[in-house]
Design a protein around this ligand. Structure first.
Ligand code: IVH
Length: 707
């Protein structure tokens, strides 16, 4: 309907049409915003988005009384054109030409030799360093102080994301050392490590939010947040590798320039190396490629740059790439294959997860047969159909994905995939209602514990690596034990041995397929070893929706023991209780996680399972976070320099006392510790009326608390 009214000129709209269209626009733009900010995957281009914004503004202008509470015009930080204000770079941000094989690299150097008219014997030194798979950011420093930070944008003009970049701890607010140029635009890559990416996705999942597809998307989504507080909570990193406009920067070589950056407090890449010959460059390329999987972050090639800066200047740029640098790309980890079938699997929480069954294909050295399709919206977005030719991609450790469907190769009789609305395992209805009444991206089976898939997946999760981690008891064994009716609940695992010894109607385990007396003895002792279990493993093992390992730890640190947690949850059933308030006040526990927790522990069926399990195992208490100190639960900001301890130590000690340490001042800041040289943060704290103390007072406070 919205599309029909959108064709009518604003002047011709009726009151009702205008109201309907404003509602549709608010919804549509919120969806675009979500895609843009949360997932960094814009669903429309800027011009279309601007068109929607203008139409919304025009309708509101004509019918001011219809302006909605959730009007897109009121979204904070939203700029009139594009979503962040634009800033022109002092010098253009170029991109790199590519080399795909050794021959291309030889050609690159040959062209340079010719261009500079260098003798055959003249050595041409090159630097070689990893090409980080993140997004580039331009940081402008004036007199050593960060004044702006921008995205690359179109290379000439970038988006102003200064406030967000200030929260990245690898980005110095003030340059360290001395002798910095009057002006310098430092260029480098914002990225996320594999470990941080995995943890972020775990948190996303715990908060009921969709996961990021890869570390690059996660980094891009994180720097484009409207609220710098959100960016601050994302584990972003930065490597400096180049520069743009500068006044008074005169290093001797590319290598020396990067050493200067390091002395100013930037992180630079350890794998950067100066090479004298093309052979040396290529051998460094192979070393980097060989170590790629262990780097801990994604790279997609090696960048070579001419080390001599006078030569760089003479070489200049052709179109948008410098002649003095090139990216030697790794072979693409993509391949074409056939999507043979779409299988809908049922997960532990009843999620219907579509999996692409592929004709086996080698991608980057690994045979791929399955790829994730995420959810039914993703299938629709790709318009993926059984029998389609598809391009699959494997990026780092991430599960293979289908990037694109080759629609021109599609058979004439192909039909769109019909996503089931009933559970393929138990036949119960499958729905997309989220707890708050909105439409969930995931469709879930409503069969609960009567759905075999959910029970078996739940048991498999229970014994998984981060949960009970029982040696010799993996997914396969669990599935067999379930089919043999030996294990239906977690507690049954701990009764296996006793049951096995009762001579009765059941066949002993050692006589069953895949088992012998030795493996059975081993299994029983592995199970016994887990009769004492850490709090976080126990909680995580229960497989409660939205309770990942991180959240389990947060709960452990807050409540200390399982008994205290259970008691608190019993009370928290009543949403007006202090216990409920206390639960939702815990940093890291959202309203949704709280809801699932209370639900799980108060529902008869799941509670009986927990009680039964607790009759078999003992849960180690966890050391609770301090809640009894003066700074507990407070948000602290350190600014300026500290003399008696490093920033890191100050942060660690504050956190061990139950405080949160933030990088930026906001209304939520409780206390600022300002050392000499504190600048804009101090002013801001004073403006906001936040309490400010000096280092001496901080040390005294520590002494008082720590005793
Ligand atoms: S130098 C004028 N060095 O690759 C040369 N770029 O394709 C500017 N990148 O936009 C780039 N790691 O986002 C350079 N060590 C590195 C890099 C690197 C990643 C990215 C950067 C740039 C893109 C060019």
């Amino acid at each position: 309907m919205a599309d029909i009214v959108r064709d009518i000129a604003v002047e011709a709209l009726t009151h009702d049409q205008a109201a309907a269209e404003l509602a549709a626009l608010a919804k549509e733009m919120a969806a675009h915003d979500k895609a843009y900010y949360d997932r960094a995957e814009p669903t429309v281009d800027d011009a279309v988005y601007d068109g929607l914004r203008q139409r919304n503004a025009a309708i509101e202008h004509r019918f001011p009384e219809l302006k909605r509470a959730d009007s897109p015009s009121d979204k904070v930080g939203a700029a009139p054109s594009g979503r962040f204000p634009k800033i022109k770079h002092g010098a253009p941000m170029l991109s790199l030409g590519n080399a795909f094989d050794d021959g291309d690299v030889h050609d690159f150097v040959k062209t340079i030799r010719n261009f500079l008219k260098l003798d055959e014997t003249e050595p041409i030194a090159l630097t070689a360093e990893p090409k980080i798979d993140g997004l580039s950011a331009n940081l402008r420093y004036e007199m050593g102080v960060l004044v702006s930070g921008t995205t690359r944008g179109d290379g000439q003009v970038g988006e102003d994301i200064t406030a967000n970049l200030r929260t990245v701890s690898d980005i110095p607010e003030k340059l360290a050392g001395s002798g910095w140029p009057e002006v310098i635009e430092v260029r480098g890559e914002v990225y996320m490590s594999h470990k941080d990416f995995a943890e972020l996705n775990e948190r996303q999942d715990a908060a009921g939010k969709p996961p990021f597809a890869n570390p690059r998307n996660a980094a891009a989504g994180s720097v484009r947040q409207l609220d710098p507080g959100v960016t601050a909570s994302r584990p972003l990193r930065y490597f400096a590798y180049g520069w743009g406009e500068q006044i008074g920067f005169d290093p001797g070589s590319q290598m020396e320039a990067i050493a200067d950056f390091a002395s100013w407090g930037f992180r630079t890449n350890d794998l950067m190396k100066r090479c004298e010959t093309v052979e040396e460059v290529l051998s460094h390329y192979r070393d980097i490629a060989a170590g790629r999987a262990d780097l801990g972050y994604d790279i997609d090639g090696v960048v070579y740059k001419i080390d001599r800066l006078d030569w760089q200047a003479r070489l200049g740029a052709v179109s948008r790439s410098p002649r003095w640098a090139i990216a030697h790309k790794f072979p693409p980890e993509q391949a074409q294959t056939v999507l043979e079938r779409i299988e809908v699997q049922v997960g532990r929480t009843g999620t219907l997860a579509p999996v692409a069954k592929l004709k086996p294909v080698t991608v980057g050295g690994v045979v791929v047969q399955n790829a994730t399709l995420h959810n039914e919206d993703e299938i629709e977005r790709l318009d993926a159909r059984e029998g389609d030719a598809v391009i699959v991609q494997r990026a780092g450790d991430v599960i293979p994905q289908i990037v694109r469907v080759l629609k021109d190769q599609r058979a004439a009789d192909s039909v769109p995939f019909a996503f089931p609305d009933h559970c393929p395992v138990c036949g119960a209805e499958a729905v997309r209602d989220a707890s708050d009444g909105t439409v969930d991206v995931r469709r879930r089976c409503t069969g609960g514990m009567s759905c075999k898939a959910q029970v078996v997946e739940g048991l498999q999760h229970f014994v998984s690596r981060n949960a009970f981690d029982i040696d010799g008891l993996g997914e396969k064994q669990i599935a067999a034990f379930y089919d043999w009716e030996l294990v239906k609940t977690p507690a049954d695992i701990f009764r296996l041995e006793a049951q096995d010894k009762i001579a009765g109607n059941l066949k002993p385990l050692k006589a069953r397929e895949g088992w012998g007396s030795q493996s059975v003895t081993k299994l029983f002792s592995a199970i016994d070893a887990r009769r004492r279990i850490d709090f976080d493993r126990f909680m995580f093992g229960l497989g409660i929706r939205n309770i990942g390992l991180t959240t389990a730890r947060v709960l452990g640190r807050h409540y200390g023991s399982i008994d205290l947690l259970v008691a608190a949850l019993d009370e928290a059933k009543d949403k007006t209780s202090d216990a409920y308030q206390a639960l939702t006040d815990i940093d890291g526990i959202g309203a949704t996680a709280a809801l699932f927790l209370i639900d799980f522990f108060t529902q008869e069926q799941s509670r009986a399972i927990v009680d039964d399990l607790l009759s078999q195992v003992t849960v180690n208490p966890m050391e609770a976070a301090r809640s009894d100190t003066k700074v507990a639960g407070k948000t602290l900001v350190f600014t300026g320099s500290l003399e008696q301890m490093s920033r890191n130590e100050a942060k660690a000690r504050a956190e061990s006392l139950g405080a949160k340490v933030s990088g930026s001042i906001s209304k939520k800041t409780d206390l600022v510790i300002a050392g000499p040289g504190a600048g804009s943060k101090l002013t801001k704290a004073q403006d906001l009326g936040v309490e400010v103390i000096d280092e001496a007072a901080w040390v005294q406070l520590l002494a008082e608390i720590e005793g």
